[in-house]
Design a protein around this ligand. Structure first.
Ligand SMILES: [Zn+2]
Length: 342
């Protein structure tokens, strides 16, 4: 059951199960791939499979998900399942050498309850140099009962010495159809919402399953108000909106929404696949704008917004940038000359 409730990742899971059934599990793994797609969940399922108290059929290397061991691993209270993650209190979250030293101490001893001691190191690319060196020593002479699973969305930031000690398993975002199916099953949402969440999170199923949909829809409405003719045909309204958003420190967030909306409009303009539209429920408005919008100007604007988003952390005047972008959007949509589209 437990491996089965993971969305996607058929390949890495098959490879883990094959290793389990042949007794050829490596001592250290590196699960890498984009953030929030299910790497840590898979690692936890592997820990459950290794320490499950109920025997599972030989043809299906999986845990029951219900026994004391499985439940404790899920709750992170199992004495043989250790999770190390960056200290989020720090300005730059890091895994410190003390955390790795504690881990070494714990791994000297045999497992207390289960078959294996398992250590999950989340965001392993956040190890300090000292911590990475300490971990390397452990990985060079791993205790026979130990399994280390390193998780990273930036594996290239890990020292090559560490990477070379781990068996690498690449995780890719699950297909959109798989995420939509999981959302229907687990969040019981209607198709329009599952489509919206899937596109918004771009395959990050962990986010899709947990994001506050109502809050997200509220943000979307705000963006739609901003691109409504009532706002864009009036320079006063543009300036007022830009000012209040910048004052609320929401400029960058709104730019991201604008980028997504413009991207949708371009897809409609070039007759692209509707499946890729975040604002699929806004087809009427998108089609109306598509009648008089200029693709070239919109593409330029998309580049401009991306540049602004990248520079926004560096003292950029987001208020000014937002104003300029909204005025350029007004031009690109043909609203400056003709007013609202018919
Ligand atoms: Zn179990």
């Amino acid at each position: 059951m437990p491996f089965h409730d993971i969305t996607g990742h058929e390949r890495p899971i098959a490879s883990i199960k094959a290793a389990l059934s042949h007794g050829r599990l490596a001592h250290a793994y590196l699960f890498h791939g984009e953030a929030h797609i299910g790497k840590a969940l898979t690692a936890m399922r592997l820990a459950q499979a290794l320490n499950c108290e109920r025997p599972y059929p030989a043809d299906d290397q999986d845990s029951c998900g219900l026994c004391r061991s499985c439940v404790q691993i899920l709750a992170r209270t199992h004495p043989d399942f250790v999770v190390i993650e960056p200290d989020q209190e720090l300005a730059v979250p890091q895994i410190k050498i003390e955390q790795v030293r504690d881990l070494e101490q714990q791994f000297i001893y045999r497992p207390l309850m289960g078959e294996r001691k398992i250590c999950l190191i989340d965001d392993a690319d956040r190890l300090t140099i000292g911590a990475a060196n300490a971990l390397l020593k452990t990985l060079e002479e791993p205790p026979g009962h130990g399994l280390f699973i390193l998780i990273s969305s930036r594996p290239q930031a890990l020292p090559i010495t560490i990477r070379s000690r781990c068996q690498s398993l690449r995780f890719s975002p699950p297909a959109h159809t798989q995420i939509e199916a999981a959302l229907i099953l687990k969040r019981e949402l209607p198709p329009s919402d599952t489509h919206f969440l899937t596109l918004f999170t771009e395959g990050r199923i962990g986010e899709a399953l947990t994001l506050d949909l109502e809050a997200l829809r509220a943000r979307q409405r705000e963006c739609l108000d901003l691109v409504a003719p009532a706002t864009l045909t009036s320079i006063t309204n543009i300036l007022t909106s830009a000012e209040s958003l910048a004052k609320a420190d929401r400029g960058v967030e709104v730019l991201t929404w604008l980028r997504r909306w413009i991207r949708d409009l371009v897809i409609v303009l070039v007759g692209g696949d509707r499946e890729y539209l975040l604002h699929l429920d806004q087809m009427e408005q998108l089609h109306r704008y598509a009648q008089q919008a200029d693709v070239g100007s919109l593409l330029d604007l998309l580049n401009e917004i991306e540049r602004t988003e990248q520079q926004a952390t560096r003292h950029l005047n987001v208020h000014m940038a937002l104003e300029t972008i909204l005025l350029r959007l007004r031009d690109a949509l043909g609203l400056a000359q003709t007013g609202a589209p018919a």
